[in-house]
Design a protein around this ligand. Structure first.
Ligand SMILES: NC(=O)c1ccc[n+]([C@@H]2O[C@H](COP(=O)([O-])OP(=O)(O)OC[C@H]3O[C@@H](n4cnc5c(N)ncnc54)[C@H](O)[C@@H]3O)[C@@H](O)[C@H]2O)c1
Length: 460
């Protein structure tokens, strides 16, 4: 990746040489971890104006430290399937940065999970958590386990084996995992049960995303999707647009997508398409969300089944075609690198006004450049989808105070947090003359708090 874009003066050249050195070390030390390289490169290029103005971050070696996780744990997860066959998966937990608080970040169960995926997510999580204003550090974890097609008992045995080992490294004041792709309330429940048994104590604050009946927070399920729309609303408002009457395309049909669609519809948007890892549906009258919820949340089926109930809609195989549908707003809410340069150019040709990233790193660097160059309002993942971890942090607060807030109380706090994140990004954009580049502004705003705390705490 070319980090030289922002370089113009001698001072920025010095910064640039420094960032190049950091990046070279990251690539050498984490050879073959492409997603991690990508996240670090995108991040570093944003910091040029900050480091040019405040060289202390270079003098104190903050970037050398911040790009190396505090700890990466990998472990064997053996379990027995329904046919009595022994299976083995790899579990991982990265404890990336604890400058602002205990490590916090989700667990992903997906065959693609490896150290590169977990490290890119943990790195991003550190700055996302900082942006929320909550006292939480950054972490992430998961396993290369595929929950698809597994029985409920197999899922339980896997979760128990996974927690048997993970329990050695987590705790309410140490590291607090949550869900992510492939890990929802059911998996969190099985992992919490096993943790409780191992410890012989009910420590509610060790995991978030728990069921409402045993320490979960109302509004956690909706939080990432709703938060995405609250951020989008602020972005649109500042440019004189509104969601009312706008046409929206959303990729995925999981937790983030469903609740982003729900809030966007509530605000008057027409959602015309959504997808899963096989293909996408298009319904020009507007997607019927109840049908999507029934297929995905109740039946765990495929999105293609939508057309059985709504023959006026169409289904197409393959995921990337969804970005060819003309829309005012595009919300990539599925997975990393799902929206490439070609897709971005098509969206621009179709006059997209705004793109907000509900998923983590869904746009490739080239796609982001296309959006910025064409003045599309672009909301970067670590700011846009921070609502999930923000409400997880509210769940931790409720657990330690032994009380439960109502849905409305949680939603109001979430809305306030998302507005603050947006404002912090705008302030950073103004200070560093990055108007229109919320990507760089979010990186700077997230980084500064972590870096200042690291300086205060010394070289540890
Ligand atoms: N759940 C959260 O609170 C949360 C918070 C912040 C960020 N995220 C991020 O949001 C994204 C989605 O997470 P989720 O919790 O909704 O997961 P999920 O497992 O509930 O849903 C993921 C969805 O994406 C679909 N999908 C996978 N690959 C696809 C592809 N190439 N094209 C189209 N669809 C595809 C799946 O079929 C599924 O519908 C991930 O990047 C995750 O890291 C989630």
């Amino acid at each position: 990746m070319n980090l030289t874009k922002a370089m113009s003066t001698d001072n920025t050249k010095r910064v640039h040489d420094y960032l190049d050195e950091i990046y070279t070390t990251v690539v050498k030390r984490n050879y073959s971890e492409k997603e991690f390289h990508q996240a670090v490169a995108l991040f570093l290029r944003s910091l040029v104006p900050l480091l040019a103005k405040y060289p202390i971050y270079m003098e104190k070696g903050i970037l050398e430290q911040i790009t190396e996780p505090e700890r990466l744990i990998t472990f064997r997860v053996p379990w027995v399937d329904d046919n009595g066959k022994t299976r083995v998966n790899r579990g991982l937990r990265v404890q990336f940065n604890s400058a602002l608080g205990p490590y916090k970040g989700g667990l992903r169960f997906h065959p693609s999970v490896d150290s590169s995926i977990i490290k890119f997510l943990g790195f991003e999580q550190t700055f996302k958590n900082s942006l929320t204003g909550q006292p939480i550090g950054g972490g992430k974890g998961g396993a290369d386990f595929d929950p698809k097609g597994k029985s409920d008992n197999e899922i339980m045995r896997f979760c128990q084996s996974f927690m048997m080992e993970l329990s050695k490294y987590i705790g309410p004041n140490v590291d607090i995992p949550a869900g992510d792709i492939g890990v929802g309330a059911r998996e969190i429940g099985y992992m919490f049960g096993q943790y409780k048994k191992i410890r012989g104590a009910f420590e509610a604050g060790v995991l978030t995303g728990k069921g409402i009946g045993y320490g979960g927070s109302l509004g956690r399920t909706e939080s990432t999707g709703y938060g995405t729309i609250y951020f989008l609303q602020e972005m649109l408002k500042d440019s004189g647009f509104s969601l009312k009457g706008s046409t929206v395309v959303v990729s995925g049909s999981g937790n983030v997508s469903i609740y982003a669609m729900e809030k966007a519809m509530e605000l008057g948007a027409r959602i015309v398409a959504c997808s899963d890892s096989n293909g996408y549906i298009y319904d020009s009258n507007g997607i019927n969300l109840e049908t999507v919820k029934q297929i995905k949340e109740v039946n765990a089926g495929r999105i293609s089944e939508y057309v059985n109930k709504h023959p006026e809609a169409s289904y197409s195989e393959g995921c990337s075609g969804i970005w060819t549908i003309p829309c005012d707003v595009a919300l990539p809410c599925a997975t990393q690198n799902e929206l490439d340069e070609q897709a971005a150019l098509t969206l621009v040709r179709n006059n997209v006004k705004a793109v907000a990233e509900g998923a983590n790193m869904p746009s490739t660097p080239e796609a982001i450049d296309v959006f910025l160059e064409n003045k599309v309002l672009f909301g970067p993942a670590k700011a846009v989808n921070a609502g999930g971890v923000a409400v997880s942090s509210l769940e931790m607060s409720q657990n330690s105070m032994r009380l439960s807030w109502t849905f409305e109380e949680v939603d109001e706090k979430l809305h306030e947090i998302m507005k603050n994140i947006y404002q912090n990004c705008i302030d950073a954009a103004e200070e560093f003359e990055l108007e229109g580049n919320l990507e760089a502004a979010a990186n700077i705003a997230g980084f500064r708090k972590v870096a200042d705390a690291m300086i205060a705490q010394g070289v540890v």
